[in-house]
Design a protein around this ligand. Structure first.
Ligand code: P5A
Length: 446
């Protein structure tokens, strides 16, 4: 993408309404525009990151054997009356009446609708286990929408729902989600710690939230610092192997890690003092096992192996897809701007032409641009007639992990400069070597 042909409405000034760094940088980098409290348009740069995050979520869900679908944003109230949540949900639910005076709502979550789909089509345990998920906009009329996409009213969620014949099978689905979430967040460059939490309006006894530590986080968390060292890494996990999946979950949930809702001071005090941490965190996901809470009242039953009709066991599992942009920026930035992890960056690399219009510099940039494209890497080429300082400031603000700087002086020696946004370190090398280096970094992330 050439910057002169792109739409990147960068702001020079700090927007007054932004209280936290991610919100400030998302506005300044021209990623989002507020349309109403907690409701945003996604401008090209923000939309690219959102799509990257969705892609990783899809890949990891499908790797775990979960099936993508798409349910509507608008739901009929009847379904929620059946489950008993229509009145219980309160003012967070945006209630709508259509022209026929039918009560509708903008979905804050989809437990009822998915249960309705299931009961219409599935009759036997032979179709199980099954997990369906979608990535769809939700609306919650939050009392205090704030911090940009972090607590929106309209926000993008991945929500998945498992259907199993009994509790044991459903707990395997719960564990499978936990492992797939760990992998999902790691691919985004995040450490998200599963913490025992409270189930709130979704219901059920078993629930974990995934928290990214950040001083601006809305949740108070208590944990053993050793938990932050755990990594799933590239290990292969067989998602069908109950014991193997459960073992990974034990590894990640045995050390003390809880939100304030479930905090237990006595257990916490038993941790060696140097490892006892109280901090703040951003909730980027939550998983639930709630058994037959929805299948019972809504009549979602299957015939089990013994020929008995039993309500199906369910859980639901959510990732805050749009919130993740904010969480990643909170976890990865400096005073000049965002530092995107390679896994989610809007463009893998930026090209800065120090002297636009200089025939050697222009030709070298075009050459780099084409060579990167050949490697499957779409560079963002700053081809504006701007001062070098302004170009660097834009690149630093939007946070591409790698920058190739091209100028007439370097080209006389046959070199360009490759700079890491994270370390700030620069190295001179031939254009071909720079392309090769960047391509190698991204191959490692593929
Ligand atoms: C699980 C999937 C649920 O709704 N039902 C379907 C369950 N869980 S949840 O914890 O309430 O939400 C899942 C994740 O969505 C994100 N989230 C938000 N993101 C931005 N703005 C909001 N107002 C908002 N509310 C929830 C969180 O990441 C949460 O973990």
């Amino acid at each position: 993408m050439r910057l002169t042909r792109y739409f990147l409405p960068v702001l020079k000034e700090n927007p007054a309404e932004a209280q936290i760094v991610s919100h400030r940088y998302m506005l300044r980098a021209g990623m989002i525009k507020q349309q109403a409290a907690g409701i945003y348009s996604w401008l090209p740069l923000g939309f690219r990151v959102l799509r990257r995050i969705e892609e990783i979520v899809h890949q990891e869900q499908m790797r775990a054997g979960h099936i993508p679908i798409l349910m509507p944003t608008i739901q009929p109230a009847d379904l929620w009356q059946e489950s008993g949540r229509y009145n219980a949900y309160g003012p967070e639910m945006l209630r709508i009446r259509d022209r026929h005076d039918r009560d509708m709502l903008f979905g804050p979550t989809n437990e009822e609708m998915i249960t309705d789909i299931f009961r219409a089509h599935v009759e036997s345990y032979k179709s199980l286990p099954m997990t369906l998920y979608h990535i769809q906009w939700k609306f919650r009329d939050e009392v205090r929408p704030r911090f940009g996409v972090m607590r929106g009213r309209e926000f993008l969620m991945k929500d998945g729902y498992n259907f199993d014949v009994d509790k044991e099978a459903a707990l395997h689905a719960y564990n499978r989600h936990m492992v797939s979430y760990l992998r999902t967040y790691e691919r985004m460059g995040l450490t998200a710690i599963p913490m025992r939490a409270d189930s709130g309006p979704i219901g059920g006894d078993d629930t974990h939230e995934f928290l990214v530590l950040a001083s601006t986080g809305e949740s108070e968390v208590f944990f053993d610092s050793a938990v932050t060292e755990l990594k799933l890494g590239n290990r292969a996990v067989d998602y069908d192997n109950r014991e193997e999946v459960a073992a990974v979950c034990r590894e990640f949930t045995t050390l003390y890690a809880r939100t304030d809702e479930t905090h237990d001071a006595a257990l916490f005090d038993a941790i060696p003092e140097a490892r006892r941490k109280v901090a703040r965190g951003i909730e980027v996901g939550q998983i639930f096992y709630f058994g037959t809470k929805y299948s019972d009242p809504m009549g979602a039953v299957v015939v089990n192996e013994k020929g008995e009709r039993v309500p199906v066991h369910m859980g639901s599992h959510g990732i805050g897809v749009s919130r993740l942009l904010g969480a990643i920026i909170e976890a990865s930035h400096d005073d000049k701007g965002i530092i995107w992890p390679e896994g989610v960056t809007p463009f893998p690399v930026g090209i800065v032409n120090l002297k636009q219009g200089d025939s050697a510099a222009d030709a070298a940039c075009e050459g780099l641009y084409a060579a990167l494209a050949e490697q499957g890497l779409e560079a963002l080429y700053d081809d504006r007639e701007e001062r070098a300082g302004a170009k660097f400031a834009t690149m630093d603000l939007i946070g591409l992990p790698w920058r190739i700087t091209v100028g007439p002086r370097g080209l006389e020696k046959g070199v360009v400069e490759l700079t890491s946004r994270r370390t700030g370190e620069s190295e001179e090398m031939s254009p071909a070597a720079a392309v090769d280096r960047v391509a190698r970094v991204y191959r490692a992330h593929a």
